[in-house]
Every structure is written in C-alpha cells, then in structure tokens.
Design a protein around this ligand. Sequence first.
Ligand SMILES: NC(=O)c1ccc[n+]([C@@H]2O[C@H](COP(=O)([O-])OP(=O)(O)OC[C@H]3O[C@@H](n4cnc5c(N)ncnc54)[C@H](O)[C@@H]3O)[C@@H](O)[C@H]2O)c1
Ligand SMILES: O=c1ccn([C@@H]2O[C@H](COP(=O)(O)OP(=O)(O)O[C@H]3OC[C@@H](O)[C@H](O)[C@H]3O)[C@@H](O)[C@H]2O)c(=O)[nH]1
Length: 389
Amino acid sequence: MASAARVDLDGNPIKPITMCMIGAGGFIGSHLCEKLMSETPHKVLAVDVYNDKIKHLLEPASLPWADRIQFHRINIKNDSRLEGLIKMADLTINLAAICTPADYNTRPLDTIYSNFIDALPVVKYCSENNKRLIHFSTCEVYGKTVGSFLPKESPLRLDPAYYVLKEDESPCIFGPIEKQRWSYACAKQLIERLVYAEGAENGLEFTIVRPFNWIGPRMDFIPGIDGPSEGVPRVLACFSNNLLRREPLKLVDGGQSQRTFVYIKDAIEAVLLMIENPARANGHIFNVGNPNNEVTVRQLAEMMTKVYSKVSAEAPLEVPTIDVSSKEFYGVGYDDSDKRIPDMTIINRQLGWNPKTSLWDLLESTLTYQHRTYAEAIKQATSKPVASS
Ligand SMILES: NC(=O)c1ccc[n+]([C@@H]2O[C@H](COP(=O)([O-])OP(=O)(O)OC[C@H]3O[C@@H](n4cnc5c(N)ncnc54)[C@H](O)[C@@H]3O)[C@@H](O)[C@H]2O)c1
Ligand SMILES: O=c1ccn([C@@H]2O[C@H](COP(=O)(O)OP(=O)(O)O[C@H]3OC[C@@H](O)[C@H](O)[C@H]3O)[C@@H](O)[C@H]2O)c(=O)[nH]1
C-alpha cells in the first residue's frame, strides 16, 4: 500500500526536491541530513570539507536512502564545482562558517572571510540562477541587549521591551572594533543585509535563520579525543569535556551571561518546515530558539553537573566549578552577549512552530550520548601507561 502523500502547511502535496547543503558535515548539517533521509523523499548534495558526522548516512551503499545523498568534498573558498552543484539543486542551504567564539578574537580574519567573503559566491550563484537560498545567520547579530546599557538598578531592566529580541524591531548592538569578538556577528550581519538586498533588488527567494544556541549530540568536539587538545569548542562541549575528565567546569567572568538553549531535534523541525513551505518562509528572517529554557551559564554548569552524575552514575565533584577571566580563557578582545531571549511571533505566525524539549530533558539525552561516545576514550587517554617489567 502506498504511504499517504506528505502535505505542506496549506494542505498541498510536497514535491521531492534536490538541495545543495553547504556545511552538511557539521553539527546542524548532520542532524538535518539525518531528518531528510529518514523522513522525507528529498535529495541532498552534501558539501563540506569533512564528513565524519554524516558517515553513518553515506555508508554502506545498501542504506535505504543511498541514492538520495551524495557527498562532495569541497572547500567553498576555492572550488569551481560549487556553481554547478547550486545549478543542479532547487534549493541551497548554507551552513558553512567558522562559528566558535574562541576563534572570533584570535582568528578574526578567518572569521570574517568565512562568514562574509566565502558566502558571497553562494548568494551570487543563487541570485543569478534564480535558486532559492536558506542562509544560516546567528542570534549574535543582535549583540548586546538595550537593557544591558541601563543602570543596574533600573526597573526597566525587567521590562521585556528592553531584552526580548525581535527580528523586525531590535537593533544590532556590537562593542568597539578592538573587541574582536564582534567580528563574527558583524560579518553575519553584513551577509544578512546582502541576502536581503538581493531579495529586494533582484528578486532572490531567501530565508534567513537566526539560531539561538542549538545544542545536542555531535556538537563540536571533545579536545584531545576528536579535536585538537588545545581547541576551545562551544560551551556544551567545554562543559562535557570537563565532566568527562572530572575537572571543575570553568565559568568565564563568573558565568553571569544568560542563554536560552534549544534541543537540536526541535530546531531541525523548524528548518524542515522552512524547506517544505517556501511560500510561508521566503522573504523572512526567523529566530529559532526556546525562550522557556533560559539559564545563566553558572546555572547551566550546575544543571549539567547534576544530569551528568545521573547518567554516568558517578558522584559529582566536591568543587564542581571554578571562575576564570575571559582574558585568560579566550584571550584579548573577548566580549559577550549578556542575554538572548528570542521573540517567537514571526515563526509562530508563519510556520506554527514551537520548541518542545525542556532544558533538563535535552541535557539528559545529550549527556547520555556524550558519556556513551567518549567516556571510554577519555579513560584510555588519561590512564597512565603500564610500566614494562
Ligand atoms: N549551533 C548553533 O547553535 C548555531 C547558533 C548560531 C548560528 N549558527 C550557524 O549555523 C551554521 C552551522 O553551525 P554548526 O553549529 O552546525 O557549526 P559546525 O562548525 O558544526 O558546522 C559548520 C560546517 O561548515 C563546514 N565548512 C566551514 N567552512 C567551509 C568551507 N570553506 N567549505 C566547506 N565547508 C565548510 C565545516 O567543516 C563544518 O562542518 C553556521 O553558519 C553557524 O554560524 C549555529
Ligand atoms: O567553558 C566555557 C565555555 C563558555 N562559557 C561561556 O558560556 C557562554 C556560551 O558560550 P558558547 O561557547 O556556547 O557561545 P555563545 O553562546 O557566546 O555564542 C554562540 O552563539 C551563537 C552562535 O552563532 C555560535 O555558535 C556562538 O557564537 C558564554 O558566556 C561563554 O563565555 C563558559 O563560561 N565556560
């Protein structure tokens, strides 16, 4: 019996499409490929310099979706095959970026080139060939909240008008140029403006996604295990690494900054809605986050410590956290976003999407994955070699 036809939000049948996914081998790309292969009939031309995180979708050739995913090992900085792939596809999704804060102030040139210059040909090829583009930007384009500039005791700080981030109203507030942290946000903002202008002047069909701290399995790397020993990944992987090694979690500048975390699987549902509902998604910028999952970084550390103790059955450390200065941790030129709560009006209205997973639940499934994937490797890496007799 044929399975029921899949329909979009307006009840129209969804036609299978081919998409060129740039950065498909990364954290978000790997989850999006997984979803597209297991739940849809669409085809993916997966472009990246690495494929470790999607190997399980590419091999063996007997996988049921083997004829729907093709990996192209391409560095988009310098490869003429990119335009051909964009032409072959109905839709391009651009995820490629340097997007770890430890790089923004220490490798600002690479950060600006990756997030702006390298994205230019992608936008140009889509515009010239009349191809739809879903471009991944970031919540960092909002920078700091208006409220952060009010006096500490001001009652206005409690008014959501001063901190909730709205796509069509909130300003983008970055620090001075010498705070090179903002190199990433500024490059992302300029590429957003370029995509938007291509839409306005040349009719490019685009959607811009602003992820608010998506987290889950396969995010970044564990230093010394599947990434460089001295590398500094994003906070989920930093804290996972500390927990796995039974070291205190490092709180940068006291861990006072606030974040809202959304489970990667919830967020991927939103991206699939954008892919399959172009009439509702084109021309829009979407915040994608979970406003109900707000914590300070200190609270995140405390919660991760409790959850990890539960999933690993190990007692928590007596001193679970230590404070470090941002200069010591990230180097000169670091700065931070104080608070990030996404307004959900536009994504709710256009796509009817809402996140489902609580912070506790998403940490439980993610830390279960981290423990299963890395605990043994860490044990082996840290155990002393047996002295030969
Ligand atoms: N994860 C989040 O919470 C988050 C938040 C805000 C914005 N974003 C944005 O979403 C996108 C994806 O993020 P992610 O978390 O999956 O990051 P990621 O680093 O895991 O994935 C990015 C992928 O792009 C690839 N890539 C980078 N430069 C490339 C190049 N020149 N040629 C080919 N491939 C290249 C990398 O190899 C990597 O696999 C990025 O644009 C990022 O800025 C993510
Ligand atoms: O070990 C650590 C790591 C990080 N932190 C803090 O934890 C907070 C979150 O850090 P993350 O590494 O997740 O990065 P941020 O949330 O600042 O930025 C991220 O946001 C959106 C995306 O565009 C990028 O993925 C990244 O820039 C920051 O305040 C950081 O200073 C620690 O206190 N300790």
